[in-house]
Design a protein around this ligand. Structure first.
Ligand code: AMP
Ligand code: TRP
Length: 330
């Protein structure tokens, strides 16, 4: 019997190498929560099938992402790390949950409307059911806490409502209402200085990129748009380079940038060089660990297969309880 506080679950689509937004918004918490909770982390390849670009290279992207998670500090001896499609019970729970989900709730979700705008040629049934599958992920493992970036808030609220509807409909308390957990950086802005950092917008920095690539990307970051000449004073409050300094630089350096930028004492080029240096220094241990794990690809797949075995045991138990609560034949 575990003495921990409860269970944590999170998932992310296999988009390959993870970026700073994934790390600072979510993975950092995946790692930290292991000390106090039983953690289950899932590479949600079924969710990836809802959009065409994430259906490509699924195996390689799954592997690259697992490498990042391990290098970031997920401890597979304690925590479960697995691939969603290897625990098929989630699709069964998805079906049960879909019966207590009003259509209007799905079509009203801002995340669904955004996808309809982005891919009008591919508004598939799975896309509509995306949040139901996510609710199934979370509830299949009776999770109490879900570490995610703030963009997932509507999905978490949907999950909570679905749990209430299910438990009410079947007069049970078998499903647990989860809480959302964000980091101190719940929404990282991309290199464009405007939109959420994401791979599909190509405004990202990969954790595993080389120091040279990282520096090149940092140098391309958009700064305070009102600061045109080197001699113009800048406003760090509207500059994403400054936001990143707060993550990667020392308190003294952050303070210096804040003061010197406002009086044009430091230019954007020097400011970015300093950021790139600090970012590379901070990512160096991660990159070394990643290279070590990458020397043994079979070991990475073993972690995922073994994780799926442990996940299936929990899933089978929940499904049995759910079927009994609904009153389905044994
Ligand atoms: P995705 O790659 O979109 O499946 O996201 C995986 C996890 O990273 C989710 O918990 C997201 O909320 C989080 N995430 C993705 N992009 C960002 C970002 N720019 N800032 C903060 N969190 C993010
Ligand atoms: N929707 C999440 C994202 O896009 C991925 C996800 C699927 C997830 N199932 C989950 C996150 C369960 C947390 C818990 O990032």
């Amino acid at each position: 019997m575990s003495l921990k506080k409860g269970r944590v679950f999170s998932g992310a689509r296999p988009t390959g190498r993870q970026h700073l937004g994934n790390y600072l918004g979510a993975i950092k918490n995946y790692v930290a929560l292991q000390d106090e909770y039983d953690c289950v982390y899932c590479i949600v390849d079924l969710h990836a099938l809802t959009t065409l670009e994430t259906t490509l290279d699924l195996r390689n992207n799954t592997y690259e992402m697992a490498l990042d998670w391990l290098a970031a500090g997920i401890r597979p001896q304690e925590s479960i790390m697995f691939v969603q499609s290897q625990v098929p019970q989630v699709t069964e729970l998805h079906t049960y949950l879909s019966m207590v989900t009003p259509m209007g709730k799905l079509t009203d979700l801002p995340t669904f409307k955004e996808k309809v705008r982005e891919q009008p040629q591919n508004v598939n049934y799975g896309l509509l059911g995306y949040p139901v599958l996510m609710a199934a992920d979370i509830t299949l493992y009776k999770s109490h806490l879900v570490p995610v970036g703030v963009d997932q808030a509507p999905h978490l609220e949907f999950t909570r409502e679905t749990v209430r509807s299910f438990n009410y409909r079947y007069n049970t308390n078998v499903l647990i209402e989860p809480q959302m957990k964000v980091t101190e950086f719940p929404k990282i802005i991309g290199l464009d200085g405007q939109q959420k950092m994401s791979k599909s917008l190509n405004n990202h920095i990969e954790l595993a990129s080389t120091p040279e690539e990282t520096t090149q990307r940092v140098m391309s970051m958009v700064t305070d748009p009102a600061r045109i000449r080197r001699t113009d004073p800048g406003n760090p409050d509207v500059c994403n380079v400054y936001s990143m300094h707060k993550v990667f630089s020392s308190a003294d350096e952050v303070n210096m940038v804040n003061v010197e930028c406002r009086r044009a004492g430091i230019g954007c080029v020097d400011c970015k060089k300093m950021l790139a240096r600090n970012m590379n220094a901070s990512l160096a241990p991660f990159r070394e660990r990643r290279e070590e794990f990458a020397r043994n690809p079979d070991g990475v797949w073993d972690v995922l297969h073994e994780g799926a075995g442990r996940a299936r045991a929990i899933a089978a138990q929940t499904i049995a309880e759910v079927k009994a609560a609904i009153g389905l034949a044994e």
